[in-house]
Ligand binder design. Structure first.
Ligand code: DX5
Ligand code: ZN
Length: 216
């Protein structure tokens, strides 16, 4: 499984040590972009992102929680993103989603689509053949440290079934409330990428990542 720590919970006063630990133990770095409108919180812009780009060789996974993903996909592509994941709910229109997926691919970046806990998988089913990553939000987006919403398991299973039935290739990524207690079931039901914020940065980054990888 790909372990993608969310730097929303990183301790920025210890940046040097923490980025060292991430570079040596994580697979990806998950970068949450919040605009204060799509979600009631603000996070990081492209200047902070570029600091990560300069200090890490890892795959940088950008999760856009913004009203205008067309604009910000370009901003973060230029800043060196490896993937851009946007929210279906921000556009709420399959044709516009396809347009943005094409735009992201034209910038030679992996394109991901995310759904909030209340959005059913069926809403994005026609788009699944076009994306590289499907991100299931297992908490309401906006904040770290919330509890995992159990219904997310059914959504992951459904995405895994669709992938098998239609011979598709997208990765299934899960974000929110992930820890060593639910990592095993998430892996068993088809998750490829585990995002974890508060769990990874409380205590030893290396040990916590190891526990996610080996959870049974
Ligand atoms: C929440 C973000 C998550 C967040 C997860 O909107 O998308 O990436 O950092 O934090 P935890 O793992 O603490 O739930
Ligand atoms: Zn996220």
């Amino acid at each position: 499984m790909i372990i993608a720590p969310s730097i929303l919970s990183m301790h920025f006063d210890d940046f040097k040590n923490q980025i060292y630990d991430l570079n040596n133990n994580a697979d990806w770095i998950h970068f949450d972009v919040m605009d204060g409108h799509f979600v009631p919180n603000l996070s990081f812009g492209p200047a902070i992102f570029k600091t990560f780009r300069r200090n890490s060789p890892l795959f940088l996974d950008v999760h856009l929680m913004v009203d205008d993903p067309f604009y910000y996909s370009e901003v973060f592509a230029k800043a060196g993103a490896d993937s851009i994941i946007f929210h279906y709910e921000a556009l709420d229109n399959p044709i516009k989603c396809l347009e943005l997926i094409d735009k992201i691919h034209a910038m030679h970046i992996k394109a991901g689509l995310s759904i909030k806990p209340k959005t059913p998988v069926d809403a994005i089913q026609p788009l699944l053949s076009q994306i590289d990553i499907c991100l299931v939000m297992s908490v309401e987006p906006g904040f770290g440290g919330q509890s995992f919403i159990e219904d997310s398991i059914m959504k992951i299973k459904k995405l895994d079934d669709y992938r098998k039935i239609f011979h598709l290739q997208y990765l299934i990524e899960v974000d929110g409330g992930v820890n060593d207690k639910n990592a095993a079931i998430l892996r068993q039901c088809g998750t490829d990428v585990l995002v974890a914020g508060s769990y990874v940065f409380e205590g030893s980054i290396k040990e916590n990542i190891d526990k996610l990888r080996t959870a049974k």
